[in-house]
Design a protein around this ligand. Structure first.
Ligand SMILES: Cc1cc2nc3c(=O)[nH]c(=O)nc-3n(C[C@H](O)[C@H](O)[C@H](O)COP(=O)(O)OP(=O)(O)OC[C@H]3O[C@@H](n4cnc5c(N)ncnc54)[C@H](O)[C@@H]3O)c2cc1C
Length: 527
C-alpha cells in the first residue's frame, strides 16, 4: 500500500483454477482465516484419472485439511503387502527389483496410490462447505491487472470447453492472485512468463483399468523396457491399475487413442473386457519444463502452471501440492500485514530450484525408459542387471530446499520429522498432538521457548509460534526416532515452518533465540 487508506478487496486471495493445487491452496488459506475466491472454467471437477501417486510429505499436507476418515480409503500404500517394483527387459525378464518402504520421515508410506478424481471430489466437498471460500465455477479468468495494492481479475462465463457467447464479465478484486490454472495457464500467458523447456516431449497412451478381481498374475508395478514398446504398469489407487504405453514411430496415428487399440495393447497382459473395465485412455504428451519466473508483483504461479514433468517419478501432482503448502503460510503472513514482501521471492527461489532438480531427474530416468535403440538398450539392461535393487532405489528420495526462507546451516530445507510421540493421555503422530499449521520450535530435551529473551518471545508470539520438547514435562519419543533424527542432524533444537520444512537448527539450546531472530529477519516486516 502506498498510502494510509485501507482498500476493500472482494477477497484476500484469488485463485485461478480449481484443480487439486488450487483446491488445496484454498483450503490451507481458509484454515488460516483468509477469504479466498476460486475461478474455475468447469462446472465440476475433472472426472477422469490423472495422477496416481501421493508422496509421504504431500499426504502429511492433505491430512491437515481435516479430510478425516474419508481420505484413508482412497489410498493404497505402495507395497502394502510386500509387493515390489521391477524393471524388466523387452522379453519380460526381470533385470532389477526393489521394495517400497512403508515408512518415511512424514510418518506415512513413501508413496500411496490414489485416483485423482476421488481426491478432487473429496476436496471439492470441503471447499464448498468452507464459508471463507467462494467458488466461481463455470467462469474463466480472461484478464488480470495488478497494481501496488491488489489484483483485479476479469472473469467470463465459460462452458469448460469455450467461452459463453456474449457472457457478462465480472471482476474479482483481491490482495493477491495465484495461477493454479494448469499446464496451459492463462495467468502465465497474461504475465508473459517464459519457460525453460528441456525438450523431452514424448507421446504415451495412458490407459486406466478397473480389474473385476485382483489380477494376481500381474507384477504389482513394473517398467517393461524397450527396444520393443516401453510400457509402465503402476497401481492407480485401490483396485485400479494404470498402463502407460509409449507411442512408437510405426503406430498408426488414426487409431492410437481408441478403445480397440487400448484393449489390443492390454492383451499381452491378459487383461480383456471379460475381466476388466476400461476406465479411460488418453494420448498424453509428457513435457519437461518450468517457468523461469513464477511471480509478477502480487501474482504468483503454482502447480502445473509453473512446471510440468513426465510421470516417471510420480512427482508432478506432488510438486504442485508442495507449492501450495510452501505458499499458504507466506500469503497468510502478508495478508495479515506481518510478512515481508520478499517472502514471495523466497517461495519462487525454493520451489523453482527443487522442481527443476526433480524435472531433470525425471528426464534422466525417462531417457533410460524411453530408449529404443537395440545396442543402447542392451547396454542399459546389462547395467541394470548388475546394479540390481540399488539401481532402482535412488530415484524415490526426498529433495531438500535451498535458498529462500531458510537458515543456511545444512539443516534448513530438510523435511521435519513426523513420528509417534507419547503424552500422558496416549500415543499419536506429532501433528495430532501439535496440530498444524504453525511455526514450531522442537527441543530435544528441554523447552526451547524458555531460553528466548523477552524481545524474542514477542517475535515468536507475533509469528504465533508454538514450542514443544521431549523429556521431563514434555513429550516422550515413543519410537526413539526423534533421538536418532536429532543425532543425525547434530542438533538439539529445530525450528519447523508451517509447511513442515525445517527452517534451521542449533546444537546448543542457548542459541534458540538466533533461530527466532533469523526467521524474523527473513519473514517479518518491520513493525
Ligand atoms: C493423463 C495424465 C496423467 C498424469 N499422471 C500423473 C502421475 O502419474 N503423477 C503425477 O504426479 N501427475 C500426473 N499427472 C499430472 C497431474 O494430473 C497434474 O500435475 C495435476 O493435476 C496438477 O494440478 P493443478 O491443480 O496444478 O492443475 P490442473 O489439475 O490441470 O488444474 C488446473 C485447473 O485450472 C482450470 N483453468 C485453466 N485455465 C483457466 C482459466 N483461464 N480460468 C479458470 N480456470 C482455468 C482448469 O479447468 C483446471 O481445472 C497426469 C496428468 C495427466 C493429464
Amino acid at each position: 500500500m502506498t498510502d494510509n487508506t485501507i482498500e476493500r478487496h472482494d477477497c484476500d486471495v484469488m485463485i485461478a483454477g480449481a484443480g487439486p493445487v488450487g483446491q488445496v491452496l484454498a483450503l490451507l488459506l481458509a484454515q488460516q482465516g483468509l477469504n479466498v475466491s476460486i475461478v474455475e472454467r468447469w462446472a465440476q471437477p475433472y472426472p477422469l484419472p490423472r495422477a496416481v501417486a501421493i508422496a509421504h510429505d504431500v499426504l502429511r499436507v492433505l491430512r491437515q485439511l481435516d479430510l478425516g476418515e474419508e481420505l484413508t480409503p482412497l489410498l493404497e500404500p505402495w507395497g502394502h503387502e510386500g509387493q515390489h517394483f521391477s524393471f524388466a527387459d523387452s522379453s519380460g525378464e526381470t533385470l532389477a527389483e526393489s521394495g517400497y518402504p512403508l515408512e518415511s520421515d512424514s510418518g506415512f508410506p513413501l508413496m500411496s496410490g490414489f485416483s485423482q478424481p476421488d481426491l478432487e471430489q473429496l476436496l471439492e466437498g470441503r471447499v464448498q462447505a468452507e464459508p471463507l471460500i467462494e467458488q466461481y465455477r463455470g467462469f474463466s479468468l480472461e484478464e488480470l491487472s495488478a497494481d501496488e495494492s491488489g489484483v483485479t481479475a476479469t472473469v467470463l462465463p465459460h462452458t469448460g470447453a469455450a467461452l459463453v457467447h456474449n457472457g457478462r464479465p465480472r471482476t474479482v478484486r483481491a490482495a493477491f492472485a495465484v495461477g493454479c490454472d494448469g499446464a496451459n495457464s492463462t495467468v502465465r500467458s497474461l504475465l508473459g512468463l517464459e519457460m525453460t523447456d528441456l525438450g523431452f516431449d514424448r507421446d504415451w497412451l495412458v490407459v486406466d483399468v478397473l480389474p473385476h478381481t485382483p489380477p494376481t498374475w500381474l507384477p504389482y508395478a513394473c517398467q517393461r523396457l524397450g527396444p520393443a514398446r516401453p510400457t509402465t504398469l503402476v497401481p492407480a489407487g485401490p483396485g485400479r491399475r494404470r498402463w502407460e504405453f509409449m507411442i512408437m514411430p510405426t503406430d498408426s496415428q488414426d487409431d492410437i487413442d481408441t478403445d480397440d487399440n487400448a484393449w489390443q495393447l492390454l492383451k499381452p497382459w491378459e487383461i480383456h473386457p471379460g475381466n476388466a473395465e476400461l476406465v479411460r485412455h488418453a494420448l498424453y504428451t509428457f513435457r519437461a519444463r518450468w517457468a523461469d519466473q513464477w511471480r509478477s508483483g502480487r501474482v504468483v504461479l503454482a502447480g502445473d502452471a509453473a512446471h510440468q514433468m513426465p510421470p516417471f517419478l510420480g512427482q508432478g501432482f506432488n510438486s504442485g501440492i508442495r507449492d501450495a503448502a510452501n505458499l499458504a503460510w507466506r500469503l497468510a503472513l502478508l495478508v495479515n500485514g506481518k510478512g515481508k514482501e520478499s517472502l514471495l521471492d523466497d517461495y519462487v527461489t525454493e520451489r523453482r530450484a527443487q522442481v527443476s532438480q526433480i524435472v531433470e531427474a525425471t528426464v534422466a530416468v525417462g531417457g533410460l525408459i524411453c530408449m529404443t535403440d537395440p545396442e543402447q538398450t542392451a547396454q542399459r539392461d546389462a547395467q541394470l542387471r548388475s546394479a540390481g535393487a540399488q539401481g532402482t532405489q535412488h530415484v524415490l528420495t526426498d529433495w531438500t530446499l535451498s535458498g529462500g526462507t531458510l537458515r543456511d546451516d545444512q539443516i534448513g530445507g530438510k523435511l521435519g520429522l513426523q513420528a509417534t510421540v507419547s503424552t500422558p493421555t496416549g500415543s499419536a503422530l506429532l501433528d495430532d498432538v501439535v496440530p498444524p499449521p504453525g511455526f514450531v520450535l522442537l527441543g530435544r530435551d528441554s523447552d526451547p521457548a524458555e531460553l528466548l529473551s523477552p524481545a524474542q518471545r514477542a517475535t515468536w508470539h507475533r509469528l504465533r509460534g508454538r514450542s514443544v520438547h521431549f523429556g521431563p514435562g514434555g513429550l516422550t519419543d515413543a519410537e526413539g526416532k526423534y533421538a536418532q533424527w536429532f543425532d543425525r542432524l547434530n542438533t538439539s533444537v529445530v525450528l519447523i515452518r508451517p509447511d513442515f520444512q525445517v527452517f534451521g537448527g542449533v546444537p546448543d539450546p542457548g542459541a534458540t533465540g538466533e533461530l527466532v531472530d533469523q526467521l524474523a529477519g527473513h519473514a517479518l516486516a518491520l513493525d
